[in-house]
Design a protein around this ligand. Structure first.
Ligand SMILES: Nc1ncnc2c1ncn2[C@@H]1O[C@H](COP(=O)(O)OP(=O)(O)OP(=O)(O)O)[C@@H](O)[C@H]1O
Ligand SMILES: [Mg+2]
Length: 151
């Protein structure tokens, strides 16, 4: 899906949920505080699976689910606090602006923010931003394109 924030840099083909999680885990170990990762891709593309890896790489042990209804889940206990957002249920610009999520799009140095369904975001591209585009290529195969080598 087209996304205004998209600037391609690198590609990874994942052949299993575990491989997707491992990619996220590598990023979670390296990512600097204060950055925002935007994920785009269809239902079941593996966004949440990647976030599970990110959380593990950050040293967070809590269970990770799509925060589809909560809109945001905050996970502590790791190297950095992980703000996990999901914009799937926000249809209109008013809903997106009115949800009060913009503070999470400019996280402090002790946090990182990851956003599922970032293509729905209507605000400006966040500072210190990396976009990740995930595509279902086959039942177990996911094409993962990302900016800035993930770090
Ligand atoms: N290579 C793969 N990488 C990630 N997930 C895979 C892969 N192959 C199969 N899957 C399956 O695809 C599904 C991905 O689900 P996940 O919840 O991560 O998707 P999502 O992009 O977050 O979807 P949603 O938009 O509904 O939140 C899981 O059921 C997982 O087992
Ligand atoms: Mg999800």
């Amino acid at each position: 899906m087209a996304c205004a924030y998209w600037r391609p840099m690198d590609t990874f083909t994942s052949h299993s949920p575990t491989e997707t999680e491992s990619l996220g885990e590598q990023w979670g170990r390296l990512l600097p505080g204060g950055c925002v990762i935007g994920l785009s891709g269809d239902l079941g593309a593996g966004k949440t699976q990647l976030v599970r890896g990110l959380a593990r790489g950050l040293g967070i042990n809590e269970r990770i689910h799509s925060p589809t209804f909560a809109l945001v889940m905050i996970h502590n206990g790791g190297r950095l606090t992980l703000n996990h957002l999901d914009l799937y249920r926000l249809d209109t610009q008013e809903q997106i602006v009115g949800a009060g999520l913009s503070e999470f799009l400019a996280p402090p140095a002790a946090c990182i923010t990851v956003v599922e369904w970032m293509e729905r975001w209507v605000g400006p591209r966040p500072a210190r931003y990396r976009h990740v585009r995930m595509e279902i290529a086959a039942e177990m195969e996911r094409l993962i394109e990302y900016e800035d080598a993930g770090v």
